[in-house]
Design a binder for this molecule. Structure first.
Ligand code: FES
Length: 104
């Protein structure tokens, strides 16, 4: 029978890059939990006031955790599972609603 420690040992570490700094995550966790564990200070800035923002609800409702993942803006960090070699950047201010490749 597995106990908690057995499960933890079975999880593979995943390496991410946040704002140019390497951070470690565990397979199956979300980007936001990896960022919170790495203590990034903030994940973006408000498009209205410019104030620093950070995750709040952790369930996809508040949109306070928007980040850029692998060049794609407007990603809710709490709704995306970590993948190896993800590059994550703070989302500062307003971004286009469509990815650049889909705009005319
Ligand atoms: S923390 Fe609220 S949507 Fe991600």
């Amino acid at each position: 029978m597995n106990n908690r420690h057995d499960v933890i040992e079975q999880v593979s570490p995943i390496n991410l890059v946040f704002e140019g700094h390497a951070i470690s995550a565990q397979e199956g966790e979300t980007v936001v939990t990896a960022l919170l564990a790495a203590n990034p200070g903030y994940t973006g800035t408000s498009p209205v006031s410019g104030r620093r923002r950070g995750p709040y609800c952790l369930m996809g409702v508040c949109f306070e955790c928007l980040v850029e993942i692998d060049g794609l803006p407007n990603q809710r960090a709490c709704m995306v599972l970590v993948r190896g070699n993800m590059t994550i950047r703070r989302q500062n201010g307003l971004r286009p609603l469509k990815p650049r490749g889909l705009q005319k």
